[in-house]
Design a protein around this ligand. Structure first.
Ligand SMILES: Cc1cc2nc3c(=O)[nH]c(=O)nc-3n(C[C@H](O)[C@H](O)[C@H](O)COP(=O)(O)OP(=O)(O)OC[C@H]3O[C@@H](n4cnc5c(N)ncnc54)[C@H](O)[C@@H]3O)c2cc1C
Length: 363
């Protein structure tokens, strides 16, 4: 799968959504998924924009499954807004039966002995994308078969994903590991074969869910390694700031070319070394972010901390509110995205979805 970065191609991808076929095929590796997440996560397009498009053609009831998946993303964002950095610790209950807290060598080397999983890890390295069901298989093998704590493998996956989103990633890993759900998610070879159109047999997953839940850790999953995840940021000069214009701050989660597109402004893509030290991304992901920023006319890339930008700039900085950048100081604009106004602490997705459903009926 290829992820173009020019805005026209991204809009064409929205127009190609098949929300009805989506419901029956989304769990299959070759199903009608949208491949939009890299653009949603990077804030190039919004859930609202996607919903507007599909709801011009369908009633909510006809495309409920699709809307529900958009709501999952909104739900994880709302949990992030509520819990802040606590999303990086076990939320509802500690992960059970943890054997260690390291990275698994077999995952890193795409050598788990489950052929299609290995192939999808190699594809992740090459394309920056992995299908949702594959992400569930990988995280289940890591947390529930190799019994590793979710934290290190989730960092590894986040590093390589073009759509890397700290909330969707950490909270999905926690969901699979049984820290944000009532039970662990298990997969077996039969299920993998069915959804990936493969026919591998006689693997450690070629068994019932009950047996997999009770088996010893397979030899191939025992070796560990250190996650060596670093982001090599480019060197940049101080940006040229025209003092008569406001300054808009973009970042790796806001690359929206339509944001204040009709005003004259200094536009800065701020890449903060402290952020990427804490949450590293690969060269491929960094390049994707920089390429997406080229949709924003006259944008300047600045590698530095928010405070340094503040010192260079004489007026207030304007930015979109985001839980990853709560240290920004200036004019914080609220998101007007789909479901962003559904506030509160929702203990489960389905309590959140009930509110979304109401909102959709008024659409
Ligand atoms: C272990 C694990 C890690 C994940 N890490 C991330 C991540 O870092 N960033 C990320 O954006 N998503 C993550 N997801 C969620 C999901 O896998 C991706 O959003 C989805 O695969 C993206 O592909 P798509 O755009 O083709 O999705 P589609 O199926 O076409 O869905 C349309 C949109 O709905 C949203 N969506 C769909 N499924 C989910 C879901 N299960 N959870 C949240 N939102 C969803 C996404 O924004 C997606 O772009 C993760 C899931 C798992 C199980």
């Amino acid at each position: 799968m290829h992820f173009p970065t020019d805005y026209d191609s991204i809009i064409q991808r929205i127009e190609a959504i098949q929300p009805v076929k989506y419901a029956s095929t989304r769990n299959y590796l070759n199903g009608h998924v949208t491949y939009l997440s890299p653009y949603i996560s990077r804030g190039v397009i919004s859930l609202q924009q996607i919903a507007n498009h599909v709801l011009q053609q369908y009633q909510p009831i006809q495309i409920e499954k699709f809307l529900q998946e958009l709501a999952w993303r909104a739900y994880w964002q709302s949990v992030w807004r509520n819990l802040g950095e606590n999303i990086f610790t076990d939320i509802k209950q500690p992960q059970q039966q943890v054997s260690h807290r390291q990275m698994i060598l077999a995952l890193e080397q795409a050598d788990t002995e489950i052929d299609i999983v290995d192939k999808c890890i190699e594809d992740l390295y090459e394309t920056g994308y992995m299908h949702n069901h594959m992400r569930m298989y990988v995280s289940s093998i890591a947390c529930n078969v190799a019994r590793v704590h979710w934290n290190q493998p989730s960092k590894w996956m986040y590093y390589h994903l073009l759509d890397g989103d700290l909330a969707s990633n950490s909270l999905s890993w926690q969901w699979v590991a049984g820290c944000f759900s009532s039970k662990k998610y298990y997969c077996n070879q039969e299920n993998i074969n069915r959804y990936t159109n493969t026919n591998q047999t006689e693997t450690y997953l070629d068994n019932s869910y009950e047996a997999i839940g009770q088996m010893q850790i397979p030899e191939v999953l025992k070796a560990t390694c250190k996650n060596n995840l670093q982001t090599e940021l480019p060197k940049t000069d101080a940006p040229h700031l025209n003092e008569s214009m406001p300054t808009l701050v973009y970042n790796s989660y806001n690359l929206d070319p339509t944001w204040h597109a009709n005003i004259e402004a200094n536009r800065i893509l701020l890449l903060e070394p402290t952020h990427f030290k804490k949450y590293p991304i690969s060269d491929k992901v960094l390049q994707f972010i920089i390429d997406l920023s080229k949709n924003i006319p006259q944008i300047q890339v600045y590698v530095g901390e928010f405070e340094s930008l503040q010192q260079l700039n004489n007026t207030q900085l304007i930015f979109k509110k985001h839980p990853a950048f709560s240290h920004y100081d200036g004019v914080a604009e609220n998101s007007n995205d789909l479901f962003a106004n559904i506030n509160g602490n929702f203990n489960s997705f389905f309590s959140f979805w009930k509110k979304c459903d109401k909102e959709l009926k008024q659409f």
